[in-house]
Design a protein around this ligand. Structure first.
Ligand code: PGA
Length: 260
């Protein structure tokens, strides 16, 4: 694991946007060899998307040969629902960069057959050649995508039940907690683990416990992000507040490692 620490959330997002831009540029993507990018929603990625949009507008990066797969979507929210992840992605990213419509993949939380929808998503990822880089966040309970505590570490894309804690955390986007859907479609821990590279962004004090569990804790389904300890190419990008619960020695080790 690589751990990047920056003082502010903004500085951490700048690092992440620069890193993703460089990965796409050096990949030499083409129509027959697209860069396959896994993408999250939530508060943390907003600054990262702003960074990528800014770099695109400055002609520093093109998304022409980028194929995207989003992590999750609420069950029962139509794509034009203000709180759907379709709408979020359109507002914050897709409408402002040159990703071709046919290269955008998002789970349909209103599909008639949700199980078939999830199976088709896994197939589509495989057909695209697998995910080159999965960008993600981490939940306060240590989830990656919507893989709540108790999710199998080999899980694949499926219908998941959201915990009350996650619904309460996400209620800030809705008017009331009962409006937050009880279910979502989410890629599995196994789906994220199959990506050739994973980059996780975490910012703020409220993520400190989850970051510590992810980096220093045991690998356990009770903190699904801890599974990333088993991944050969993971970078965790944090601001100062998010590393507050890490041990002094852990922080020193990762700081030294970045100086090499
Ligand atoms: P957040 O969500 O960026 O809104 O904190 C992250 C997550 O739940 O994965």
């Amino acid at each position: 694991m690589r751990l990047i620490m920056r003082q502010s959330e903004k500085d951490a997002a700048v690092w992440t946007a620069d890193y993703i831009m460089q990965r796409i540029r050096f990949f030499s993507a083409s129509p027959t060899k697209p860069f396959v990018l896994g993408l999250p929603t939530g508060s943390t990625p907003i600054l990262i998307y702003q960074g990528l949009v800014g770099r695109h507008k400055a002609s520093l990066v093109s998304f022409e040969n980028v194929t995207t797969f989003n992590m999750d979507e609420y069950v029962g929210l139509a794509p034009d629902h203000p709180q759907s992840y379709h709408k979020f992605m359109d507002d914050h990213f897709f409408s402002q960069v040159n990703v071709a419509k046919e290269n955008i993949h998002m789970l349909d939380g209103c599909a008639n057959d949700l199980k078939a929808e999830c199976a088709a998503y896994e197939e589509a990822i495989k057909d695209a050649g697998g995910i080159e880089l999965f960008l993600g966040g981490i939940g306060e309970d240590g989830h990656i995508a919507f893989n709540e505590p108790g999710s199998s570490l080999t899980s694949r894309t499926r219908v998941v039940a959201l915990t009350q804690e996650t619904r309460e955390v996400n209620a800030r986007f809705f008017s009331r907690v009962d409006e937050v859907p009880k279910e979502a479609l989410s890629v599995g821990v196994g789906t994220v683990m199959d990506a050739r590279e994973v980059v996780i962004a975490a910012a703020g004090k409220r993520k400190a416990r989850a970051v510590a569990a992810c980096v220093e804790g045991p690998v356990t389904q009770m903190c699904t992000a801890s599974c990333l300890q088993m991944h050969p190419n993971v970078t965790l990008v944090c601001d100062e507040a998010a590393i507050a619960e890490l041990k002094y020695g852990t922080v020193q080790y990762y700081l030294e490692a970045e100086k090499r």
